[in-house]
Every structure is written in structure tokens, then in C-alpha cells.
Design a protein around this ligand. Structure first.
Ligand SMILES: C[S@@+](CC[C@H](N)C(=O)[O-])C[C@H]1O[C@@H](n2cnc3c(N)ncnc32)[C@H](O)[C@@H]1O
Length: 232
């Protein structure tokens, strides 16, 4: 579990104090889908929600054990998950966790408060599918190399020998194409501590995934990279 106090993150060179309301349950439940999924996804990052939706549609099958890290409002699972899933939700912020858990209550999800950088409170080799959607750019770290523990913990939780699948998507700073609004939004979101992706590059991400998983598909859609990988 995180060793830092709840509303403070500590990086190598700076402390950023989070406003607790940033990911409040109310904002997640009422604003997130409109403002982010239908708003910033296409307008700032040039990636309509239908693009990640393809990942969910391909990966979700009845009977799977699924871990969604940083589920936000629960939009994608609510829309695309089949009726019978064993679902774990993990989030650093109780507001997001509660909003997603309420929306996805029909699955009776197991809830975990925790940081993606810390070891996961999940049995090793027990999960069929891990989802990490638009979370990596929020995870603190000066670049992808500093965030690689996230991939190690996910790999640990997944079933091995190709039985485990990991899908994700994130906004990168380097190696992708930013439109005008994206170029303006990135530094602002980093300054405000919403994002922490100033050093995140496509090259480093591919290297980190390739070192641990077999890459099934990797797509760049303007500011966003989307991936589907399998365990070894
Ligand atoms: C931008 S939202 C993404 C929501 C959803 N997965 C999507 O695809 O739209 C980021 C989510 O990650 C969570 N989060 C941010 N930093 C995190 C961290 N270090 N560890 C775990 N969850 C984190 C937030 O609370 C939120 O639920």
C-alpha cells in the first residue's frame, strides 16, 4: 500500500499536493463522461472514445477475472462488459473508486484503494485481463522508465503463457502527434498535477512493454497510444 499520506504525492524532486476534489465521486459520476470521454479524448487528444472501445470489445469475454486499474467513472465496462465477470477495481482515489463501483455494482466488484506504482493486492497469476486506460499519464514519474514498476505488478497479477491479456491507452508527450489544443493542454495539465507525463515517450513505452509481454497490437491515434499485449 502507498506509504505517502493520502493527498500528497512525492516525486524525486518535488512534492505535489493534490486537491482532494479532483477525482471526487460526484465529479466522476456527473461530469467525467461528458467532460473527458466525450470532451478531452477527442478535442485535446484527437482520440474518440470509440478507439479504446475496440480494445474492450475484443478483450472482454464472459467468465473472465478482470482488474481495471483507474476505472474513472466505469464508462467502458458499463457499456461493454458481459454479464458474468469477476471484477476487481483499483484506484488511488476513493472518489473514482466509489463512482465506478456504484455504476458497476451489478458485478459486486472487489474494491482496492492503491497506487498503480505499488505492488497489487491481488494474487499472483490469477487475473485474465488487466485494463489501464488513461492512467499511465497520471502516474507520477519523470518518464516511462520511472513508471515501469506498474508493468511489473500487472505482469505479476496476470496468468502466464499467453493466458493473460493487458490492454491500455495513455497520452504521451513524445513520439505522437499533438494538435493545437493538445500542445496547449499538456503543459497546463502537468503544471496542475493532473498529468505527470512530460517525459513519457512512445519509444520507452514500446521498450517497456516489449521487455515483459508479447505485443499483439499497438496503435497511435494522434496524442494517444493504445496497446493490447499478452503474457509470456
Ligand atoms: C483519466 S481517468 C481514466 C478513467 C478511465 N480508465 C478511462 O479510460 O477513461 C484516470 C483514473 O486513474 C486514477 N488514478 C490516477 N492516478 C492513479 C495512480 N497512480 N494509481 C491508480 N489510479 C490512479 C484516477 O482516479 C482515475 O480513476
Amino acid at each position: 500500500m502507498p506509504s505517502h499520506p493520502p493527498n500528497t504525492i512525492t516525486t524525486a524532486d518535488t512534492d505535489i499536493t493534490f486537491r482532494p476534489g479532483l477525482w471526487s465521486q460526484k465529479k466522476m459520476a456527473t461530469l467525467y463522461d461528458v467532460a473527458v470521454i466525450h470532451g478531452t479524448y477527442p478535442l485535446l487528444w484527437g482520440c474518440p472514445w470509440t478507439q479504446p472501445a475496440r480494445l474492450y470489445q475484443r478483450a472482454l469475454r464472459p467468465g473472465l477475472t478482470v482488474l481495471d486499474i483507474g476505472p474513472g467513472s466505469g464508462f467502458f465496462l458499463d457499456r461493454f462488459a458481459p454479464a458474468d465477470l469477476k471484477l476487481h477495481l483499483l484506484d488511488r482515489y476513493s472518489g473514482s473508486l466509489t463512482a465506478a463501483a456504484t455504476r458497476l455494482a451489478r458485478y459486486r466488484p472487489a474494491l482496492h484503494t492503491g497506487d498503480a506504482l505499488d505492488p497489487l493486492p491481488i494474487e499472483s497469476s490469477s487475473v485474465d485481463l488487466v485494463i489501464l486506460g488513461m492512467v499511465l499519464h497520471c502516474v507520477r514519474g519523470q518518464d516511462i522508465a520511472a513508471k515501469e514498476a506498474v508493468f511489473d505488478h500487472i505482469n505479476d497479477a496476470l496468468k502466464k503463457d499467453g493466458a493473460g491479456e493487458f490492454i491500455g491507452y495513455t497520452v504521451l508527450s513524445h513520439g505522437v502527434r499533438h494538435g493545437l489544443l493538445g500542445r496547449l493542454g499538456l503543459p497546463l495539465l502537468n503544471r496542475k498535477g493532473v498529468f505527470a507525463n512530460t517525459g513519457d515517450s512512445l519509444t520507452d513505452l514500446v521498450k517497456a512493454l516489449d521487455a515483459r509481454f508479447d505485443i499483439v497490437e499497438l496503435t497511435v491515434r494522434n496524442s494517444v497510444v493504445l496497446w493490447q499485449v499478452r503474457t509470456r
